[in-house]
Ligand binder design. Structure first.
Ligand code: ADP
Ligand code: MG
Length: 312
């Protein structure tokens, strides 16, 4: 076995803000990221690749909504499963192709993954994550009365459905992922943070929620005993006073420093906050280092030349 690493790919680096998000665009962005993951593998890492799915699952939901006159709509957990299949297919094909270009023939496979959440998680009483299309207030009212949706007015652009974002507690297919790793496979899993499910009397049931992929990725990272957790996103390093004239980029951070900067409000919820907190939990769970950087900087970040490295 090589050294174990989890690489979490941001959904926003696969469908970029300035692109339409066509499938060829998504494949090209994925190829760019996979070239760097292949370099990690060439350096001896065995890798589990996880990914976000924000833009992609939103599109699947919108497609289902727009065809609801002719086809039954899809619950959000099913949309998440569809995104794991489509994105997993793309990543496993591209990663396999890039590996063969450097003469490596490895098994690369995707695991459709469920993530258990606590039905009593306070997030269920406070749905906060806006998803899918915008509606007029009349349409939104109908969704509330007919389908029991929660809606909010989003930045005066219209009404949107909001769903809970509960904390992940367990990755159902964690042992399957570990077994595949042990047989030499490179595994893609926990897509979109996993399909949210609750446990009732030993039975699993999908729920309409969105799990944070960074928190879910750190769970699988600790489960497999990974030493390294890389979050590949669209910034090269994390910063204090991000986006202001006082911005200071951070190269190395201890767990305590990360927590105190977090408490000072440098890392907002929904973007950098979960990455920093997931790094802290990863280290507490036995991991050696977490790295936050962009895809093109992965190798340099491994060498300590850029990126942000958080250690105990
Ligand atoms: P991903 O899809 O990769 O999870 P997110 O949008 O959730 O990406 O998180 C990355 C974003 O976090 C960056 O694009 C940046 O705009 C934002 N961000 C917020 N605070 C910071 C910070 N302190 N340092 C760096 N980036 C930050
Ligand atoms: Mg994110």
């Amino acid at each position: 076995m090589g050294r174990l690493a989890v690489v979490a790919i941001g959904g926003n680096s696969i469908t970029k803000a300035d692109e339409r998000g066509t499938i060829p665009e998504q494949f090209e962005n994925t190829r760019e990221t996979c070239r760097h993951i292949v370099q990690m593998i060439a350096r001896g890492y065995d890798v589990v690749v996880t990914h976000g799915n924000g833009p992609q699952v939103g599109n699947i939901l919108l497609r289902a909504e727009m065809s609801s006159a002719v086809l039954p709509t899809l619950p959000l957990d099913t949309c998440g499963a569809d995104s794991q299949g489509g994105m997993g297919y793309m990543i496993q094909q591209v990663l396999g192709n890039e590996l063969r270009k450097i003469g490596v023939d490895r098994c690369v496979t995707t695991v459709v993954t469920q993530t258990v959440v606590d039905p009593n998680d306070p997030a269920f009483d406070n749905p906060s994550k806006p998803i899918g299309p915008f509606y007029t207030s009349d349409e939104a009212e109908r969704k509330v009365s007919d389908e029991g949706w929660k809606v909010i007015e989003d930045a005066h652009r219209g009404w949107r459905r909001v769903v809970p974002s509960p904390m992940p507690t367990r990755i159902v297919e964690a042992d399957a992922i570990k077994t595949l790793l042990d047989t030499g496979c490179i595994v893609i899993g926990v897509g979109g943070g996993g399909i949210p499910v609750v446990e009732k009397n030993g039975q699993l049931e999908g729920v309409e929620a969105v799990i944070d992929k960074d928190h879910a990725s750190r769970l699988i990272a600790n489960h497999i005993g990974a030493e390294l957790f890389v979050m590949s996103t669209d910034v090269e390093q994390i910063a204090l006073h991000y986006g202001t004239p006082d911005e200071v980029r951070l190269s190395r951070l201890t767990l305590e420093e990360a927590l105190s900067y977090h408490a000072e409000g440098h890392f907002p919820p929904g973007s950098m906050g979960p990455k920093v907190l997931a790094s802290v939990e990863f280290l507490r769970g036995g991991g050696e280092a977490a790295i936050i950087t962009n895809p093109e900087s992965i190798e340099k970040a491994l060498d300590g030349e850029t990126g942000t490295r958080i250690t105990r």
